[in-house]
Design a protein around this ligand. Structure first.
Ligand SMILES: C[S@@+](CC[C@H](N)C(=O)[O-])C[C@H]1O[C@@H](n2cnc3c(N)ncnc32)[C@H](O)[C@@H]1O
Length: 320
């Protein structure tokens, strides 16, 4: 589960696994880097600071990230540019190839801490949850109109909510009554069908998983990650490194399988293709995901669920 939500509290945005990311990307050697998830610009700034020979192209689909990017533009001028777009659409970028690419998926603490965005039930606000709130449908509109199959995909598959049947029955029964319009009334609805458990689990609100699932569904998060990784690797120079930081198992599984495929390894247990059928386009920096150490977790709860993986491009080609 995504700790950004389960933590229930949030602090100012601190980039996760910053040292580890820099150790994989080596911006101190200079070059052109892509930050696919600008957020508060923590990783971008560290790259720009590491050498005057570094340029960063940053992407974020959140219109508010663009405002934060202006501050960096003032500081770093032509060494920094920002594109307000989905990383799945990076095909539109004019820069063709990068020495390093970073994706730090999920939500920024700016998004979580601004109640009006509707990501968190810590605040009573319209149930919006769109990372790009200039387009698409809100979470509330989704809950009012989605087919049962789409609700199952969101709440069972993406939210990994075991009591998904109860939650979906409650959603269907609440349609047209205004309950699905706000974070608080929606969270209360879920709590009415999945009561809080005593003990350790008390910390986690019963609505946490459903909120995560609905957010992933309305933002098409997993499809974007698949497309972004593919396009990112295509735009990586030979010897360049791509790093991806995930916050829950669904994201990490996509990254792990893609990196395994690129490095000529079986993508999953049922992948029984012969070795000769596999092309080796990259090499995983480490086979295991890098996790935050205890002291980082103490400073920044968000880092607890972070899993970082990196791949180095060996040759040009398209993963088959
Ligand atoms: C965890 S934050 C990144 C934080 C950043 N690394 C920092 O140090 O400040 C993730 C950011 O990625 C953005 N994002 C998530 N999915 C995206 C997508 N498909 N396209 C573009 N931006 C996306 C979110 O809007 C959010 O601002």
């Amino acid at each position: 589960m995504d700790d950004t939500l389960s933590a229930q509290g949030s602090s100012k945005h601190v980039p996760v696994l910053l040292e580890a990311t820099m150790a994989y990307l080596h911006p101190e050697n200079g070059g052109l880097f892509l930050d696919g998830t600008f957020g508060g610009g923590g990783h971008t700034r560290a790259m720009l600071e590491s050498s005057p020979e570094v340029c960063v192209v940053a992407i974020d689909q959140d219109p508010e990230a663009e405002e934060r990017a202006l501050a960096l533009k003032k500081l770093y001028g032509d060494r920094f540019s920002f594109h307000s777009t989905n990383f799945a659409d990076m095909g539109d970028l004019e820069e063709q190839s990068f020495d390093g690419i970073l994706f730090d998926f999920g939500l920024s603490s700016f998004q979580l801490d601004e109640g009006e965005r509707g990501f968190s039930f810590r605040f009573d606000a319209p149930l919006d949850m769109r990372m790009n709130n200039r387009e698409g449908i809100t979470a509330s509109e989704f809950l009012e109109s989605a087919s049962e199959a789409d609700l199952i995909r969101a709440i069972r598959n993406y939210g990994e909510e075991r009591s998904w049947r109860k939650v979906i029955a409650a959603i269907l029964g609440a349609r047209g009554k205004g309950i699905l319009g706000r974070t608080k009334s929606f969270a209360d609805l879920i709590e009415s069908v999945i009561p809080r458990r005593a003990g350790f689990k008390e910390r986690i609100h019963p609505a946490t998983r459903t909120f995560q699932g609905v957010r992933i569904a309305i933002n098409n998060e997993l499809e974007s990650i698949e497309a972004g990784l593919e396009e990112g690797f295509r735009r990586l120079k030979v010897n360049g490194v791509m790093v991806a930081i995930s916050f829950h198992s669904l994201e990490d599984r996509i990254v792990k399988r893609f990196f395994r495929k690129l490095s000529g390894r079986p993508e999953h247990r049922k992948d029984d293709r012969f070795q000769e059928e596999r092309e080796i386009l990259g090499s995983m920096i480490e086979t295991k995901a890098v996790k935050a150490k205890e002291d980082e977790i103490r400073e920044n709860t968000r880092s607890r669920s972070a899993r970082m993986r990196g791949i180095k491009k060996l040759i040009e080609g398209v993963a088959s």
